[in-house]
Design a protein around this ligand. Structure first.
Ligand code: URA
Length: 295
């Protein structure tokens, strides 16, 4: 006999999807409101989902709606967004004592000022080398990145890797990150508050990585790192300078690989930008030696 799904369940799933709920965190519902004020970390762990208990290490890509144990324990009070100024101050003081990239990761791990953390499974800090001549900054982790806890590991990331390989760069030659470190629910664009809360970390990260140049992927990264409001098609392809802790860093914005996947005809523009990056790397451009802001 043909088995038909209960239409009420289908309607409920459709409603979840429309609300931006794309993943199941655990096989049993969690009553967050019943947890009170005590940090979740101090409570007994939730029983692991049956298959999550067997699995160890990062989730495989494309894990779908599989049940997963909650990954990052977050104190309950961080489920509400902190006011922007307070979050930025908290971020600034958290970054101050970080002397290495791993200390910065530890500071981020303890940071509660970005509301995105509450809905994300994992912190996505960086991928690649701790220090690199080229630092690549994108927008925000997506679903695959959230599952693996690393930026740019999904389809867009695979295209990014091919683009970098085409100019002779592998993972060991670059440092890849985003303007926010946690996945926005449903892959929405991060809000200005969310970006501002992460900004002191991104700035400190740039200081610690000490890149010779920055490559910004897409309009959101360009807007928040360069402070420009024009569309990416206008902003891309021009060398600009970003001053961080007294260093002027040559910076190029280009099209986001996710956009290139949707609009393959624009790949030639991104290719032009990457060739400019390659040429500048070959020149051995050092911070402070940037041109006058034009290509
Ligand atoms: N898109 C981004 O901007 N960043 C990622 O890490 C993945 C997709």
């Amino acid at each position: 006999m043909e088995h038909r799904p209960d239409p009420r369940l289908l309607a409920l799933l459709a409603w979840y999807r429309d609300m931006g709920v794309t993943d199941a965190l655990a096989s049993e519902p969690i009553d967050w409101l019943a947890r009170g004020d005590r940090p979740i970390r101090e409570r007994e762990p939730d029983p692991p989902a049956p298959d999550a208990a067997r699995r160890s290490g990062p989730a495989p890509r494309g894990a779908g709606l599989e049940a997963r144990a909650p990954a990052t324990a977050v104190p309950a009070r961080s489920f509400a967004a902190m006011p922007s100024a307070e979050a930025e101050d908290a971020a600034r003081s958290a970054t101050r004592s970080a002397r290495t990239i791993e200390e910065l990761r530890a500071a981020l791990d303890g940071f509660e000022g970005c509301a995105l953390r509450a809905t994300a499974k994992n912190l996505c800090f960086y991928r690649g080398a701790p220090q690199a001549r080229l630092m690549v900054i994108g927008e925000a982790p997506g679903r695959e990145e959230d599952l693996e806890g690393k930026p740019f590991v999904g389809r867009a990331g695979q295209l990014l890797d091919r683009m970098l390989a085409a100019i002779g760069l592998g993972e060991a030659d670059v440092h890849i990150t985003n303007v926010v470190y946690w996945r926005p629910p449903g892959n929405r664009t991060p809000t200005p508050q969310e970006v501002l809360a992460c900004r002191p970390f991104v700035m400190r990260q740039i200081e610690l990585v000490q890149p010779d140049m920055l490559l910004l992927l897409g309009a959101v990264a360009a807007k928040h790192v360069l402070g420009v409001s024009e569309g990416i098609l206008r902003v891309r392809g021009k060398w600009r300078q970003v001053e961080i802790a007294g260093r002027r860093i040559p910076t190029m914005a280009t099209l986001h690989p996710a956009y290139l996947l949707r609009t393959p005809s624009t790949k030639r523009l991104a290719w032009r930008d990457l060739l400019a990056v390659r040429a500048r790397l070959d020149e051995g451009a050092r911070p402070g030696a940037a041109g006058n802001g034009s290509s």
